[in-house]
Design a protein around this ligand. Structure first.
Ligand SMILES: [Zn+2]
Length: 152
């Protein structure tokens, strides 16, 4: 018989599990998940878009200065090269975010009746119960002999 694998307990994974559960707990309906994910995607796009604009401006001014000084140092050349690389990476990210937005729009058009939203809430409560819920704390003490204390 195969022993089920324990989920990874490294600090990064633990942080991820906590964040995952928090998002379920704080946004327990389809509507709320749609809204929070849309807002997250839009803020991601806005920020990346503005950084890209800024980098392009910087690169353009680098290139227009170039004609004045015929003696281009190796450092500025390397700097420009790495800047071009970063800009191309950022352009890729932006293109992917744009595609994700187009896909998400379809998910976000869906509305469900209130009974289904209640079902969402119910399942959310099972998946990610409040870690500070008194019953949960008591259960954890019973099971592990240690209180499930929150992070400060
Ligand atoms: Zn891990």
């Amino acid at each position: 018989m195969k022993v089920p694998e324990e989920p990874c307990q490294c600090p990064d994974c633990l942080r991820f599990y906590r964040e995952h559960d928090r998002l379920i707990r704080e946004f327990p309906t389809l509507r709320q998940q749609q809204e929070i994910n849309w807002a997250a995607l839009q803020s991601f796009r806005t920020l990346c878009g503005r950084v890209l604009e800024d980098l392009q401006k910087q690169l353009n001014s680098c290139e227009s200065n170039k004609s004045d000084e015929n003696l281009k140092t190796e450092t500025t050349e390397n700097k420009e090269k790495s800047m071009t690389q970063v800009i191309s990476d950022m352009e890729n990210i932006n293109a992917h975010l744009y595609s994700i937005e187009a896909l998400m729009e379809r998910i976000f058009d869906v509305k469900v009746p209130i009974e289904i939203e209640n079902k969402f809430r119910e399942i959310a409560g099972e998946l990610a119960p409040d870690p500070l819920n008194i019953d949960r704390l008591r259960l954890n003490r019973l099971l592990h002999q240690t209180p499930d204390l929150p992070d400060k």
